[in-house]
Write a protein that binds this ligand. Sequence first.
Ligand code: GUN
Ligand code: ZN
Length: 430
Amino acid sequence: MTLLLRGLVVHTPQNPFREEKALEAYADGAIALEGGRIVALGPYPQVRRAYPQAPLEDCRAGLLLPGLVDTHVHYPQTRVMGAMGYTLLDWLEQRTLPQEARLSDNKLARELAREFVRLLLRNGTTTALVFGSHFQGATANLFGAAEEVGLRIIAGQVCSDRLLRPELHTTPERSYAEQKMLIQRFHGRGKLRYALTPRFALSASEALLEVCQSLLYEHPDLYFTSHLNENTQEIRTVAELFPWSAHYLHTYDRFGLVGQRSVLAHNVHPTEPELLRLAEARAAVAHCPSSNAFIGSGLFPMQKHLHHGVRFALGSDVGGGTGFSLIKEGFMAYIAQRLRPDGVALGPAHLLYLATRAGAEALGLEGQIGDLSPGKQADLVYLEPQPGSSLEVHFRHAASVEELLGALFTLHGEARVVRVWLDGQEAVLT
Ligand code: GUN
Ligand code: ZN
């Protein structure tokens, strides 16, 4: 059966960093959904003529967008958000790792997994690359919770064997065995995929990184994700721990972990050779602007990434970040660039692209999701302005779609995610 959604439809089927007319919008548009996919997109009268009998959902009070893609978020950290006054390493030690240690309790982990998935959905995120838990059981709970609601996630059991706290440390042997089981159970099951996830080079011995290398050799279609160049103190410590390394990226690259299915979070302080290598390897960076500001890591050098052709997309980095909303992350990305002397002049099309299609590209999923072109999976989000808000005034008076989209990102807190579709199925938002 076909379903039509009618309303203001906006997406970025092209890359606005390269194409001038990357934004495509239909003021009175329609999307036709069938069998979990988008089968038509265009002006409402045209789509209606093609599907005269199809039932219609009226979405004219708001805005229809592609489902949002979060390329970096931590499942155990929902309750960590808001820890003010720290920088990365003391934030981890004092506020974050104690919370992560609690996930050895499987009952709590199940509760947190459901809560996490619910919050992704009600913020319009339909695909996410997720840092799981240090515990195997808790990571299985995350996959289970995502599967239950039909969310597309790529996730893995986080591994570390030094410098955190003993409850969070594994051994290379144990990590191999536990990850192997999770890969066999979840990787490729429905919309679930597995990512090798050493927490960061600081907390991973060479033997543990070798385990990731072996697993990647045995399963070449796994993803790899970790942190990179987030904080200057962290970078100095990593250099001491890996005296042979040319730079931070090298600590992963030496073990064959930097490729086109790799996503490295932050990269606030990259060196030139690292940018060259990221571009060469076609690896992607998860840009987490609210976290970079909140934990005081710095302002993302976007111009350098663009200059070197390094791919990047947005990540909420909950709980270093300040919420699950990728609309807000888009706005924070804009602000961060305004504050840099070499800041990129971003516009609404860039922000929408970074929150949707760029994420799909970073995850190699641009053939399936990221925009609303016919043939794509029907992952969609419908947002409305809060009644009486200044965003609602913009909805009534904006002179163009670009103007309205600029207001949506800027006034992100006044937008409400009202409906979400996953593969054409409407999700229940709670
Ligand atoms: N580096 C290592 N672990 C973390 C984490 O949980 N959050 C952030 N932002 N950086 C990290
Ligand atoms: Zn992170």
